[in-house]
Design a protein around this ligand. Structure first.
Ligand SMILES: *[C@@H]1O[C@H](CO)[C@@H](O)[C@H](O)[C@H]1NC(C)=O
Ligand SMILES: *[C@@H]1O[C@H](CO)[C@@H](O)[C@H](O)[C@H]1NC(C)=O
Ligand SMILES: *[C@@H]1O[C@H](CO)[C@@H](O)[C@H](O)[C@H]1NC(C)=O
Ligand SMILES: *[C@@H]1O[C@H](CO)[C@@H](O)[C@H](O)[C@H]1NC(C)=O
Ligand SMILES: *[C@@H]1O[C@H](CO)[C@@H](O)[C@H](O)[C@H]1NC(C)=O
Ligand SMILES: *[C@@H]1O[C@H](CO)[C@@H](O)[C@H](O)[C@H]1NC(C)=O
Ligand SMILES: *[C@@H]1O[C@H](CO)[C@@H](O)[C@H](O)[C@H]1NC(C)=O
Length: 481
């Protein structure tokens, strides 16, 4: 009898201890903190870590897709009509982007590297061959006309040359030429007087098997939040294209890596040399990719909004004070003076008027927004799509009869979708981490659960022990009488 109740009481004590331990572990957050500190130690750019390996050579396939806008009514546009375009694509390239010339600096707190990108055409994932013809703005001619519009003598000569060679405001070239470069007759003629000019034009000319300059990144060794953050690009810690210091800042990573332990209230900064600026993304939604839960981050509309919505964007108006409206970015000075305007595809989130001014624009959130799905524990990218549209600013230039009566319009030329989805092998590894984390984080709750169960057993046993005792005590006098 004594042995039995001793056993019952120890169950009770044990259950209370479990409850106390479980609850205090939950309240003190020991296990999540433990996991986070392990991850923070592991996710640094250090020779030998998995994070370093993935950073140097991303294991998942990256695809770059181009969608062109074929102009269907060039004659009418010259007479002042609204341009009408047809989207043609995708033309898909597999993108390889290893980090090269990697060298550690400053006690392993920084690492310098160049990001060499190589594009291989994927015919089986494309609408047609690279020899498909696209009619669009004659960008080299527009650049030249823009440059010489205030020099009547040169303008006359150039205009005469264009007339004789049959060049106009619009031209037709193959997809391959438009992207990777073609020799332009006008540029070639100009080279005679301006030998420093290049006579080849292409939207991505010289970018294949090449890099955009040297980066120095923080390794994240000192602070996990600095993991893969850009310190300098081409030896500069800020840009000089924009008109305010904030806008010229190089913020965040290069968009291909993010620091571990991400929470939903964070602003994730990234710098894109294609876009010539830094920007940030905010949490939008919970997602799952290959069964791994993640956070979706997207750049909010304020990033590209006009001054009445976001006054801080004044610095992106060039020349100072010359603002184009929501959703547009004049990158002319960063693209060798070509009249290039960047936007989201189909002017998604841009001022209505730009969508309206070109027949054939149909902005859709799912297809046209930039989005990054991140594993919040390790900061690994689960899926991402960077989407960007290249437009030209078309306007009538009185010194050039080639511009006819064209109305002022931002004409879309091509949009790109650079995307990545985590590969099977990395997904498996990541899933193990997520499962381990879930199990470890649930240990305190399991202790509490066990405590409750033991407590239940304890009470049950107490009751069963008490009832027979009391009934026996009541019956005894009855029996004796
Ligand atoms: C990393 O370590 C390997 C083997 O120890 C070595 O061959 C390689 O050069 C190192 N890489 C860097 C960037 O230091
Ligand atoms: C890019 O360069 C690689 C290697 O030099 C070459 O194989 C590939 O065809 C090039 N891609 C394009 C689109 O020119
Ligand atoms: C396309 O072809 C490449 C080889 O050129 C192959 O690796 C890839 O799996 C193919 N993709 C599809 C979707 O068929
Ligand atoms: C684009 O338009 C031009 C001119 O109408 C046409 O020749 C060409 O075939 C079109 N391109 C495609 C890929 O349909
Ligand atoms: C860079 O970050 C700072 C705050 O750290 C912010 O004030 C600035 O606007 C950011 N610039 C860009 C271009 O994102
Ligand atoms: C700025 O954008 C907002 C919202 O898109 C619009 O209502 C407003 O008219 C715009 N302001 C200017 C000055 O264009
Ligand atoms: C874009 O910027 C360039 C360089 O500052 C300027 O010459 C051009 O007029 C701007 N374009 C527009 C459409 O404002």
């Amino acid at each position: 009898m004594v042995l039995k109740s001793c056993c019952i009481y120890s169950i009770g004590v044990f259950s209370i201890l479990m409850l106390i331990l479980g609850i205090s572990l939950v309240l003190s957050d020991v296990f999540p903190h433990f996991i986070q500190s392990v991850v923070k130690k592991e996710v640094v750019l250090k020779n030998g870590t998995e994070a370093f390996e993935a950073w140097t050579d991303p294991p998942a396939p990256i695809y770059m897709q181009f969608y062109f806008f074929n102009l269907t009514n060039p004659q009418e546009v010259l007479e002042g009509d609204r341009p009408a375009v047809v989207e043609i694509g995708p033309y898909t390239y597999r993108e390889y982007r290893p980090m090269e010339q990697v060298s550690f600096q400053d006690n392993e707190t920084k690492v310098a590297a160049v990001n060499t990108k190589t594009y291989i055409f994927q015919r089986n994932m494309s609408r047609g061959p690279e020899s498909d013809l696209i009619r669009t703005a004659n960008i080299p001619a527009m650049t030249v006309m823009e440059k010489f519009k205030n020099f009547p003598i040169e303008a006359n000569l150039i205009s005469a040359f264009m007339r004789s060679s049959g060049e106009g405001l619009f031209s037709t070239h193959t997809v391959g030429e438009l992207l990777w470069g073609y020799e332009d007759a006008l540029l070639k003629a100009l080279k005679v007087i301006r030998p420093e000019l290049d006579d080849v034009f292409g939207l991505f000319y010289k970018t294949n098997a090449s890099n955009d300059g040297e980066y120095v990144f923080f390794t994240g060794q000192q602070n996990y939040k600095d993991f893969a953050r850009v310190d300098t690009w081409n030896s500069k810690s800020s840009l000089n294209w924009w008109t305010s210091d904030e806008c010229n800042m190089i913020n965040g990573t290069n968009g291909a890596s993010f620091h571990p332990v991400i929470n939903k209230n964070e602003m994730l900064y990234m710098f894109s040399s294609d876009l010539c600026r830094s920007l940030y993304a905010l949490y939008e939604d919970d997602v799952a990719v290959r069964g791994i839960p993640g956070y979706r981050f997207v750049p909010p509309s304020e990033v590209f909004a006009n001054l009445s919505v976001n006054p801080a964007n004044a610095g992106f108006c060039v020349p100072a004070g010359n603002c184009l409206g929501s959703g547009l970015l004049n990158v002319s000075t960063c693209k060798q003076g070509a009249p290039i305007i960047m936007s989201s595809p189909h002017f998604y989130q841009a001022d209505e008027k730009f969508v309206h001014n070109v027949f054939g624009m149909r902005p859709r959130k799912e297809q046209h927004q930039t989005a990054i799905d991140i594993d919040p524990v390790t900061g690994s990218i689960l899926r991402a799509a960077k989407r960007l549209q290249v437009n030209v600013y078309v306007e009538k230039i009185s010194t050039f009869s080639q511009t006819g009566n064209v109305r002022t319009v931002v004409l879309p030329v091509v949009y790109l979708n650079e995307s990545i989805v985590i590969d099977e092998t990395s997904a498996k590894k990541l899933k193990e981490i997520v499962v381990t984390k879930d199990v470890v984080e649930n240990i305190p709750f399991m202790l509490i659960g066990l405590g409750i169960i033991l407590g239940g057993i304890f009470m049950l046993l107490m009751c069963r022990q008490k009832i027979p005792e009391s009934t026996a005590a009541e019956r005894q006098p009855l029996l004796s009488s």
